[in-house]
Write a protein that binds this ligand. Sequence first.
Ligand SMILES: Cc1cc2nc3c(=O)[nH]c(=O)nc-3n(C[C@H](O)[C@H](O)[C@H](O)COP(=O)(O)O)c2cc1C
Length: 407
Amino acid sequence: LKIRDALGLINLRPPHPSARVRQLAACHSIEDLENLARRKLPRSVLDYVGGGADGEWSLSNNTTAIQKWSFTPRVLTDVSRTSTATEILGQPAAAPLGFAPTGYTRMISPLGEPAVAAAAARAGIPYVLSTMATTSLEDLAEGGDPNADRWFQLYIWRDRQLTRRLIDRAQASGYRVLEIAVDTAVSGLRLRDARNGFTIPPQLTLSSVLDIGTKPGYWTGMLRSPTMEFANVSSADALDGGYTIENITKQFDPSVGWSDLEEIRAQWNGKLVLKGPIGPADARRAKELGVDALHLSNHGGRQLDRAIAPIDLVRPVREAVGDSVGVLVDSGFRHGADIATAIALGADAAFVGRPYLWGLVAGGHDGLDMTARLLIDGLRRTMQLLGVATVEELRRRGPELLSHQSQ
Ligand SMILES: Cc1cc2nc3c(=O)[nH]c(=O)nc-3n(C[C@H](O)[C@H](O)[C@H](O)COP(=O)(O)O)c2cc1C
């Protein structure tokens, strides 16, 4: 065989002129997106996104706990028309998946929350805007897809006027679901942020100036974009002493109790969700007070360290509250098989935080689309290989499909 003949057999495709497109095309998993994102972010921002509280036990255990479940598939079932379509709290969704609330998104990419909301709407899944967003809830609602499923996550502030105002504003802007974070009575100690002297937005210290040389794309994007602010709570409203995480979370009220929940239930007309590492007894109490769903979460390992992995709360909480209350879960979900595990245990949907932030950093709008696609395609493939055709069937047959390593 002559070299010329051999070359004729090789299908040579010219590389795409854009490095961003080439890099993204080489990503085939959430881990690939994370590795790409890690090359683009300065150390302190990377630590802020990727890090967890204290010894990061919760952080590393979240995914490990999901992977302790294994599947026994059903074979020879017709899965030619498998669909991931479902309903989340009464609203149709393309898959049992959502983008969880993450604060300060414009610090991670100048595209910020509007890009994440738009990608969620394109994918047909909900996005939860954080109280600590860098886009106001009004701007997001007005500028976004009118058909988007809009959720708002509320932190309860010491200043209850501010808290009540936020609820009214969410109602006036047409948000369908209000999620109250109940895992943030005080801030978790994120050692990486403390050691980095991390502030929001990151300040140009000597080490970050040195960093500009290695991550020029990040810093030029940041320096060119308008000054970042907490668009839902102005600094006059809530903050003094600077934008360190500690200062901000000092404004959250550690005295919050069940009576506050009753007040919020009376004020909010839409669906109400509690977000945190909620056990069966608290879940039952929440149900009695008219909560529509429990979003089981340990904040991606950023709050209570050594917290139970939320995947292990799904079954006991579902058993405690029955079918009339929604069960959502996040923390550590990185693959469609992880989502399938949650559904098979009785959840209505799984949410992700860091995976879409990695997608956003790795490839902007395209990277966000890729995050949703990887997770939804992965779920569909897992369902087909499991021998189930619908999300409802996956949930119903869960007990026969799943076994735990400890069993
Ligand atoms: C950078 C970052 C910021 C976050 N900010 C918030 C927030 O403002 N409010 C909130 O309720 N949860 C927040 N979370 C927690 C997420 O909503 C979600 O529970 C968590 O990311 C899920 O874990 P995962 O990152 O492993 O998917 C944040 C998470 C990250 C990674």
